[in-house]
Design a protein. Structure first.
Length: 394
């Protein structure tokens, strides 16, 4: 016969364990057998060490006092548990405890247990243990996981792909899941755990050590004092005001390149001839040469990627009396108009070809063809006609 427990027994049991009681002690307190308590603890989804027995309890329990203002404390998590139980929205719960709704959403999503419920004491203990430093290297003990990672890396799989496939294949087994950052850490630190020492050579870049993702990596960047894309005026985003451009390079073989500039409002395209190289000096000279003839109101701003080819941006700003804004690192989508135009230009400038064979006359001919092409985004008008209207208005 299956024993029925009060609805509060499960929650009381978890509160007792997270408060320092052992699984056995907590089970007896709520009138459950040890096996039932063990099942409840497993369902909570925690990967924390618990001292099973008559004494002991949760390893490294969270302090009972309220945490720092930035982190949720136990009282706040208790309010979240009550609010979720009552079916309140994340916005309402956030207003009750003075937190943004996104904080509540992340907290519930991160700490909901396997039975689909949120327990304040469990979430608080888990959050405390997640903040511990230094964290133990997961790949020290999991030999089976290390062997599988080695097999996939032998086939050329990246740590990011391996992490995704582990989550896909072992969705219910946390011991067989690991982040790509943990794999990189195991590859590049002196103590690799059970990963083979030669696996770092399987990475696509074959670096001897990891490039740090810190501010030190960019401390010598020429764009330290430059304007960020987040500082652009709102008129740039809605395309209502002409004269805002996006730019980038199309890269070919042997370091050859062509510069591209696209006006956001009209989609009018200018191509920059870069003979021999695409250094900062060459790109700046080409941009100044091609854009100097434009009227002032059509040179309001230029948005570019963070490539070193625009390190002379201050010289460009002064010569053209414009403002240059730079995208966030690795965010080409922030120049969507330019990216779409570059895809169209690949019809004439194919990938893997020598772009230095194209003369300035070739570039002007291609740009003219593209600017005479009707665009659905312009109600089938052409960029040339749209820009001509802007020039006549001036």
């Amino acid at each position: 016969m299956v024993k029925l427990f009060p609805p509060t027994a499960h929650t009381e049991f978890l509160d007792l364990v997270c408060g320092g009681a052992s699984v056995l002690q907590a089970s007896r307190r709520v009138g459950a057998v040890h096996a039932t308590g063990g099942n409840w603890w497993t369902q909570s989804g925690l990967m924390m060490t618990v001292n099973i027995g008559a004494v002991g309890g949760l390893a490294d329990p969270a302090p009972s006092a309220a945490g720092p203002g930035r982190a949720l404390d136990l009282d706040e998590r208790g309010m979240i548990q009550m609010g979720v139980g009552l079916g309140l929205s994340y916005r309402t719960i956030g207003e009750l405890i003075g937190r943004d709704k996104s904080v509540i959403w992340r907290e519930v999503k991160r700490h909901t247990s396997a039975d689909g419920k949120y327990y304040a004491s469990v979430a608080h203990a888990k959050a405390h243990q997640d903040r511990r430093r230094p964290k133990p290297l997961k790949l020290v003990e999991e030999e089976g996981l290390c062997r599988l990672i080695g097999v996939w890396m032998d086939d050329g799989w990246s740590p990011k792909l391996i992490s995704s496939m582990l989550a896909y294949y072992f969705g219910d087994d946390q011991t067989m899941q690991v982040s790509h950052e943990t794999i990189y850490q195991a590859l590049y630190v002196q103590t690799r755990g059970n990963l083979r020492a030669d696996l770092a050579e399987k990475l696509s870049l074959k670096r001897k050590k990891r490039v740090p993702h810190t501010s030190d990596r960019h401390k010598n960047s020429p764009y330290g004092e430059a304007f960020k894309i987040s500082q652009r005026p709102p008129e740039v985003q809605d395309r209502a005001v002409p004269g805002h451009w996006e730019g980038d390079l199309i890269i070919g073989t042997d370091g050859t390149a062509i510069g591209t500039l696209v006006e956001r409002s009209s989609r009018f395209t200018i191509l920059l001839h870069l003979p021999g190289d695409h250094t900062a000096e060459t790109v700046a000279a080409a941009m100044i040469r091609e854009m100097a003839s434009l009227p002032d109101h059509l040179r309001r701003s230029i948005t570019w990627d963070r490539g070193t080819e625009l390190a002379d941006y201050a010289k460009i700003q002064t010569a053209l009396e414009t403002t240059l804004y730079f995208c966030d690192p690795h965010s080409p989508w922030q120049r969507g108009t330019n990216e779409n135009t570059n895809r169209l230009l690949r019809f004439w400038f194919e990938k893997g070809t020598d772009l230095s064979v194209h003369t300035p006359e070739d570039l002007r001919r291609v740009a003219a063809k593209l600017n005479r092409r009707p665009r659905p985004t312009l109600n089938l008008e052409t960029p040339a006609n749209r820009l001509n209207q802007l020039l006549q208005a001036a």
